[in-house]
Design a protein around this ligand. Structure first.
Ligand code: ZN
Length: 137
């Protein structure tokens, strides 16, 4: 059973998914995250004709950073159907950049079923992160 934060993130991700620009794949995705200060940020996927689009998670992270925030407490992803739409490899590394050991990643089906929740270490084990270069994550 999703908790309040998960429900809030699911609703925000589903709402922003309606704005996804996916004329080529028709694979719409929404993502929403809550920062350490409780602020909510969301993004959808944005495709381009040269196939260098932006994933929903990357969009949400851009909104986070643009708002001057740096730490993801929880992040949700909602795919276009009932299948698991887990973050791609590139997004796993992007999330890692703004995550800590408490960060959780939740993947919902479009209907709202919580399919999986991951810790950052489950999603990207033995990751290369900011600490590898002497920076706080
Ligand atoms: Zn991605």
């Amino acid at each position: 059973m999703p908790d309040d934060i998960q429900n809030t993130l699911y609703k925000a991700a589903l709402a922003v998914m309606a704005n996804a620009y996916a004329p080529y794949s028709r694979f719409t995705v929404g993502s929403a995250l809550v920062a350490e200060d409780g602020s909510l940020h969301a993004g959808c996927n944005v495709e381009t004709v040269h196939y260098k689009g932006i994933c929903a998670e990357a969009s949400a992270i851009s909104a986070l950073v643009s708002a001057g925030r740096r730490l993801i407490r929880d992040i949700a992803v909602v795919g276009p159907d009932e299948r698991l739409c887990s973050p791609c490899g590139d997004c796993r590394q992007r999330i890692r950049e703004f995550a800590d050991a408490r960060t959780r990643v939740h993947v919902f089906a479009r209907s709202g079923t919580l399919l999986r929740s991951y810790t950052m270490d489950e999603l990207l084990p033995d990751s290369f992160g900011p600490d590898n270069l002497g920076k706080a994550g």
